[in-house]
Design a protein around this ligand. Structure first.
Ligand SMILES: [Zn+2]
Ligand SMILES: [Zn+2]
Length: 270
């Protein structure tokens, strides 16, 4: 049984209203052994939106909760960092990310691409003037840049995230991007970094991110570091579809998944 959720949000994230303690209580009720908070930090986010928290307050709050629930569940303190590659802001983004992770004792850091060429693909407007294929290519190129230029993360989040936001009725031939995805996976493995299995969409009747096909390729290329996360933004989403994800991973030949403490990976049997 997967007993660790390594991608979760709380009210420290702009897009969640869940009290951190309510998340912990639900994680305990579900029988999880380990629970990692990974609230959003997306520096220089476009359109005046803010996905930032105060690290001092974050650590104070979560460290107190970790102490309070010791013996019931092992709380880890992580972050989901938005990584950026736009030439005009990437130096600043890299500096801010490095400062954050150098100066705060995170157990775990997810690197994610949420913004491409200064736009949030969540916003439907941006899909109107570009072909879906161009956007998907830009996304994977941005991921490759971040993998090669940021050293502040442990696993890459929801690797094929962009496919979540394809406009209705639009399909993209993902096989066209296989060489690019191979390059991303190879660079991650060479740098001692991993990927996550994000079950958020699987829990809603869709697929997991990345797809089993990408996960199979990751394993084939020698990838071993694999964390599991629900991306829950409220208590009832914690550990969503973990049993299904476990069955898929076993079928693909994975025998272990990864947890992090103080930036160091360890492995648990699936
Ligand atoms: Zn994310
Ligand atoms: Zn997330």
């Amino acid at each position: 049984m997967i007993n660790a959720d390594f991608h979760t949000h709380s009210s420290f994230s702009t897009d969640s209203e869940a009290e951190p303690e309510s998340m912990i209580q639900q994680a305990i009720a579900l029988g999880l052994k380990t629970y990692c908070f990974t609230d959003h930090m997306d520096y220089v986010f476009p359109e005046g939106e803010e996905f930032l928290f105060d690290p001092k307050e974050y650590f104070e709050t979560l460290t107190a909760l970790r102490r309070k629930y010791r013996g019931q569940i092992d709380i880890r303190i992580g972050v989901e960092l938005g990584l950026r590659d736009e030439p005009d802001i990437r130096d600043e983004a890299q500096r801010l990310c490095k400062d954050l992770t150098d100066n705060n004792p995170f157990d775990f850091v997810i690197g994610s691409t949420h913004v491409i060429a200064h736009f949030d693909p969540y916003n439907r407007e941006y899909w109107k003037d570009r072909s879906a294929e161009d956007i998907v290519r830009m996304y994977f190129e941005s991921v490759l840049y971040s993998v090669c230029h940021y050293d502040c993360f442990h696993v890459y989040g929801h690797l094929d995230y962009i496919l979540r936001y394809l406009p209705e009725g639009v399909t993209v031939d993902i096989t066209k991007f296989e060489p690019l995805i191979d390059q991303i996976l190879t660079e991650l493995i060479a740098r001692g970094k991993g990927i996550e299995v994000n079950t958020s969409r699987l829990a809603r009747g869709s697929v997991m991110n990345p797809s089993p096909k990408i996960l199979a390729r990751y394993r084939e290329l020698g990838g071993t570091i694999l964390t599991i996360g629900s991306d829950a933004h409220r208590p009832d989403r914690i550990a969503g579809a973990f049993a299904e994800a476990e069955a898929i991973l076993k079928e693909l030949g994975f025998k272990e998944y990864t947890v992090f403490r103080k930036g160091k990976p360890s492995f648990r049997r699936l």
